[in-house]
Design a protein around this ligand. Structure first.
Ligand SMILES: [Zn+2]
Length: 75
C-alpha cells in the first residue's frame, strides 16, 4: 500500500480508516428498533472514509502526485 500525504497538516504515511457514528449507538438502535438501525448502519458504511491519522482530515492524496510534491516541497 502506497503512502499518502495529508493536505491539511503535511503528514505522510498510511491513512487511517474512519467510521462516523458509534458502534454502541448502532447496537442500541438495532435492539430498540430495527428500521432506524438499518438506516444507521447504511449511513455509517456510506460515510466511511480514509483520513489522516495525525489530524483526522479526509484530505489525503497520493504521495507521488504533483500536488503532494508541491505541499511537501520536495522534487
Ligand atoms: Zn493531517
Amino acid at each position: 500500500m502506497e503512502n499518502k500525504a495529508c493536505t491539511n497538516c503535511g503528514f505522510v504515511g498510511r491513512p487511517k480508516k474512519y467510521t462516523r457514528g458509534s458502534l454502541v449507538r448502532e447496537i442500541i438502535l438495532w435492539l430498540l428498533a430495527v428500521v432506524p438501525g438499518i438506516f444507521y448502519s447504511v449511513w455509517r458504511i456510506s460515510t466511511r472514509y480514509e483520513g489522516c491519522p495525525e489530524c483526522g482530515a479526509p484530505l489525503m492524496i497520493p504521495e507521488n502526485s504533483p500536488i503532494a510534491r508541491k505541499i511537501l516541497g520536495g522534487d
